[in-house]
Write a protein that binds this ligand. Structure first.
Ligand SMILES: Cc1cc2nc3c(=O)[nH]c(=O)nc-3n(C[C@H](O)[C@H](O)[C@H](O)COP(=O)(O)OP(=O)(O)OC[C@H]3O[C@@H](n4cnc5c(N)ncnc54)[C@H](O)[C@@H]3O)c2cc1C
Length: 454
């Protein structure tokens, strides 16, 4: 990539799940592709993932998970993914098929993400494309409104890359505390980062400069509850070991000692609710039954085998307490700055509501079981962020849209650079990355055929 100008059919900005998928698909269709990846290696958050490529089996299940989901983008997801699972298999990467019940409702496969990335890179390079790491665009090139490429900063200087189409695939803005604070919540700069550190909203900034609009739901995010306090940044080995996925089986109380959310919607949703509480922490309460049946078991078969996540949290210095009575536990959480007396009433009321079959206040839509088997457990938790749900406004083909909903010609956003699909619920990240990539490439290919055919 020496010289001052380069011409390609497609410039892909970001070499993670969506970017490498799009680049490989374009290459297979004879397009000349350049992938520019800011970090020293391709893979993005996908390389940190367990590799579950899954989503809801149909729209009904998707709407149950996320009643406010963008119906058009959601339909694209559930309709497109099943065919793409076949494509993954055809690439010859290891695929564990036929998984069901993911997060209680999803279906899909598990892939070897590292092998997948290597296979995509092989396809790109064997079709005269390039994957260049350690470089990033500083601005998009535009001819009137059309995006015609990007100025890419390299260690040897800036290069203008002319491209018929530019795909933004930088993975969202979760790694930028300022953007989080601006779009998610005033306390969101405190979120711990549970993703690759390079997704700092570069795609969003480039798109806005080119005339794009923001998507709906800029404040939504996929998160996890993790122990508090922690004396370190989250490392890759912490990502699963510290995630309290089982929080949906216990109850959460805030500093006032009261419940504030429907915990059973899932840890991924409660992470947003905890962020919005005073101090942005909460106490997760559980009993021996919850510990034995859920804390000690992998959340999805194959994950975090055999780890006692409560014991681990206590061992690394988080506020964790175990007691034979709720009163004992109340004294301990009072020392942490939580209202222990109010917590005692909350647990009593919750157990009464379980016994009488509700109603619950706040709601408890699933997993209502009394917390009545000693010993009892309390763990202070805080929120970590994995992905932002808001981003660049797009249509179902990934075309970047202005505030008047007109496409910005030549510009696409895929993966978690494209926003507006999920609101509170979640039905897959890798799947979303693959599907948005595939649909954008289909759109690019159909325009090339139309143009070539006159
Ligand atoms: C610990 C963990 C476990 C997960 N497990 C699962 C799972 O099992 N199933 C699932 O569905 N999802 C999972 N996910 C989520 C999944 O990894 C993401 O949803 C998916 O990778 C998003 O794809 P993407 O292409 O949008 O972003 P990424 O895959 O993160 O790729 C973005 C890429 O863009 C690069 N980049 C950023 N800025 C620039 C720039 N200016 N120029 C060039 N390059 C840039 C980044 O370095 C990165 O390589 C997990 C995530 C994490 C962190």
């Amino acid at each position: 990539m020496n010289g001052e100008r380069l011409d390609v059919d497609v410039l892909v900005v970001g070499g993670g799940m969506s970017g490498m998928t799009a680049a490989a698909r374009c290459s297979q269709q004879g397009m000349r592709v350049l992938v520019v990846e800011k970090s020293p290696a391709t893979g993005g958050s996908a390389k940190l993932a367990e590799g579950f490529v899954w989503t809801a089996p149909d729209m009904e299940a998707l709407i149950r998970e996320d009643p406010e989901i963008d119906a058009d983008l959601g339909q694209a997801l559930v309709e497109t993914l099943p065919g793409e699972l076949g494509w993954l298999r055809a690439l010859g990467v290891e695929v564990r098929t036929g998984l069901t019940g993911i997060l209680g409702f999803g279906a899909g496969s598990q892939i070897d993400v590292h092998a997948y990335m290597a296979r995509c890179e092989g396809i790109i390079e064997s079709n005269s494309g390039f994957v260049v790491t350690g470089v990033a665009p500083v601005e998009l090139l535009q001819d009137r409104k059309r995006v015609t490429g990007a100025r890419v900063r390299t260690p040897e200087g800036d290069i203008d890359v002319e491209a018929e189409n530019v795909l933004l695939a930088t993975g969202g803005f979760q790694a930028d505390p300022k953007l989080r604070k601006q779009h998610i919540h005033p306390n969101a700069d405190r979120l711990l980062l549970r993703s690759n550190p390079f997704s700092v909203g570069d795609g969003l900034r480039l798109a806005l400069q080119a005339g794009a609009a923001l998507s709906d739901n800029m404040s939504g995010f996929y998160g996890c509850l993790v122990p508090h306090p922690l004396d370190r940044e989250l490392s890759q080995t912490d990502f699963t070991a510290l995630a309290q996925y089982h929080s949906e089986r216990g109850i959460l109380v805030n500093r006032a000692g009261v419940r504030f959310c429907d915990e059973s919607l899932g840890d991924r949703v409660s992470a947003g609710d905890v962020l919005r509480q005073p101090g942005s922490t909460a106490v997760l309460l559980a009993d021996e039954e919850v510990r034995r049946r859920y804390v000690l078991k992998p959340f999805i078969p194959g994950m975090d085998q055999g780890l006692d996540k409560f014991e681990f949290a206590g061992r690394i210095g988080a506020k964790f307490a175990e007691a034979l009575t709720w009163s004992d536990l109340a004294r301990q959480i009072t020392d942490w700055g939580f209202d222990g007396q109010a917590m005692l009433s909350t647990v009593g009321e919750y157990n009464d509501q379980v016994a009488s079959g509700g109603p619950f206040a706040p709601a408890r839509s699933r997993h209502a079981m009394a917390l009545a088997t000693a010993p009892f457990f309390a763990l202070e938790v805080q929120s970590a962020i994995t992905m932002t749900y808001g981003g660049i406004r797009v249509d179902r083909r990934g075309r970047v849209l202005t505030s008047a909903s007109d496409p910005v010609p030549g510009l696409y956003a895929i993966g978690f650079d494209s926003g507006g699909l999920y609101h509170r619920g979640y039905a897959g990240g890798l799947a979303r990355a693959i599907v948005t990539a595939v649909l954008a490439v289909e759109d690019i290919a159909s325009r090339r055929v139309t143009t070539a055919g006159g």
